[in-house]
Write a protein that binds this ligand. Sequence first.
Ligand code: SF4
Length: 355
Amino acid sequence: MHDTSLASLTRDELVARMKDWGEPAYRADQVLAAMYKRRVASAQEMTDLPLALRDKLAGFPVHPLAPAGESGSTDTTRKFLFRLHDGRYIETVLIPASPALYGSASDRRTLCVSTQVGCAMDCKFCASGLAGFTRNLTADEIVAQVLAVEALADERVQNLVFMGMGEPLANLRNLEKALTILNAPWGLEIGARHMTISTSGLAPAVRKFAAFPLQIRLAISLHGATDDVRSRIMPVNEKWNIATLMESLAEWRRRKKQHLTLEYILIRGVNDDLEQARLLAGHALELRAKVNLIPYNTVEGLAWERPPFRHCETFRRVLTSRGVTATLRREKGHDINAACGQLRLKKEQEEGRNS
Ligand code: SF4
């Protein structure tokens, strides 16, 4: 059964399961060590467990993802496609030596993780939103992306950005459980400061997430410095406008030690006016946030274009001249890469699914 893959359980839940089976708590720690430290692929490989317990566990997969394809070369961005138990697909993207955008050391690989199948937010520049929303990923489907990519790429990942398909804060319960497992000493032990959640701006969920105890980083896809510009490309702004979003982010800042990042995709003639840069600088200074500028990546079927590089550089200088830390990214990723979701869309279209 999918919902009982071993990666769906916290330590407490696994201890409870062992207790039900008449096993001592330390058996749970043996299982967790086998999964997350030795990275075994099945219960049969947990050779420090008694045979009878291994047999009992045999009905539970370690995690629920099946590799279904890959694109990209080994020295650049690699996109992994995974098949879910219900025949849906998700993408996870391994980004090489990431620029120090999310506090990551530059020699470390970053994994861009999905949190939903499709997305309901309908951002106008995004391939993931094109086919609409199908469902939330479960906690183990989120955790498993790290386990599965590490196994396929044969390397450890120490930085995660939740910028793949989906709006992470619209799946808050499963996201928080996954973050707990990813961070726990009995789990994958990925430092909270090495995990960045990217949100399109669900203000009430930002407030809720501010109470989550781990010092996770937060990035906000702003993409417009005024409501008229932002609403044109991000329908979420109709529900929670910039003022409401700013209030929720101010609360986040009060409760967290982590700095915020404002993401801003530059789209020619849509949001790249220099007046937007001046207003964006104001928002960033108010939140003491840094800004990542991302020249738009063309998405098949969408009409937007990226501005000339020189203009992007001028936009950036408007920010830095006002004292804002601003980087201009060349390529890569989802928001990192507006093309995220394209591999999955293609696969589902081939199989006659498009919703
Ligand atoms: S940019 Fe992110 S939030 Fe917006 S539609 Fe795409 S996946 Fe969803």
